[in-house]
Design a binder for this molecule. Structure first.
Ligand SMILES: C[S@@+](CC[C@H](N)C(=O)[O-])C[C@H]1O[C@@H](n2cnc3c(N)ncnc32)[C@H](O)[C@@H]1O
Length: 256
């Protein structure tokens, strides 16, 4: 009952309208686990992690003045506004720091904030490579960038333009549709440690990416996804695989 009261408290008129017009949201929302704090979510995913270690990673992220000031400088130069930091970026940093991936995939780069956070964590780990895929968003992309503060890349900029130069040595950026590129990239990298979806949030595309990545994830590997309530894909995928996910607002994470 307490769990459902929490979900009811999260409802707004806009959310209610979106649910009425997309009925699959009812089972997806009702079966969703409660939203956790970043630290709690990391500790749930990694029972071996000590709370003190999680707190150290969190502090490491928050206190990295060089990283935030370079990103902010790049952002001000092109966007004339500072970066917006959603809560899950900190979670992403902690997860990459703790799990120390050798190979991590990301779909959906845009300016490069999430890539920068991942690359920052890889640099601290002293190992690992990030392979990122993006279309790029030269025009607004429905169900992908249309709800963002900026909906297209700045003129003449490549996806990932905001990433500080000192973090680029562990990055491979591949341009094109992830639907075409993922199968080819999985031939080159048949085993990966983490897959992160943040590209096109339609049911068909999200479900495609989760199912394409799953067989290539190592045992105990991680599947991460932003915007999990934009379609029923994660709800269906977890049911089929008989897995639970942890949630930070609308960001989901599960272990293989
Ligand atoms: C929400 S933004 C990514 C934001 C980024 N992950 C971050 O947090 O900083 C979505 C990105 O997905 C890309 N995208 C959309 N459809 C795609 C597709 N089919 N294949 C690859 N990338 C796609 C867009 O070009 C856009 O840059």
């Amino acid at each position: 009952m307490k769990r459902y009261m929490g979900k009811i408290a999260e409802l707004t008129p806009e959310k209610i309208w979106r649910t009425v017009t997309n009925p699959w949201k009812i089972p997806a929302r009702l079966s969703a686990p409660p939203s956790l704090s970043n630290t709690h979510a990391v500790l749930t995913l990694f029972p071996d992690l000590k709370e003190s270690e999680a707190k150290t990673f969190r502090k490491e992220f928050k206190s990295d003045k060089k990283f935030f000031s370079e990103l902010s400088k790049n952002m001000m130069e092109k966007r004339h506004q500072d970066a917006v930091w959603g809560g899950w970026y900190e979670f992403m940093f902690m997860v990459v720091r703790f799990s120390k991936p050798s190979i991590m995939f990301e779909t959906g780069v845009f300016d490069g904030q999430s890539s920068a956070v991942i690359l920052r964590a890889l640099k601290k780990n002293g190992k690992g490579k990030l392979i990122s895929i993006d279309l790029p968003a030269v025009d607004t992309i429905e169900e992908s960038t249309h709800r963002m503060r900026d909906t297209t890349l700045p003129p003449k900029c490549q996806p990932g333009w905001v990433i500080p130069d000192y973090l680029r040595d562990r990055h491979e950026l591949v341009l094109g549709d992830s639907k075409e590129l993922l199968p080819k990239l999985f031939e080159k990298y048949p085993e990966i440690d983490i897959f992160f979806h943040d590209s096109l949030h339609t049911y068909e595309h999200q479900y495609f990416e989760y199912t394409a990545a799953w067989p290539h994830l190592k045992e105990n590997g991680l599947l991460l996804s932003d915007d999990i309530f934009r379609s029923a894909a994660l709800y269906k995928f977890c049911k089929e695989k008989n897995r639970n996910y942890v949630r930070i607002v609308s960001f989901g994470a599960l272990r293989k």
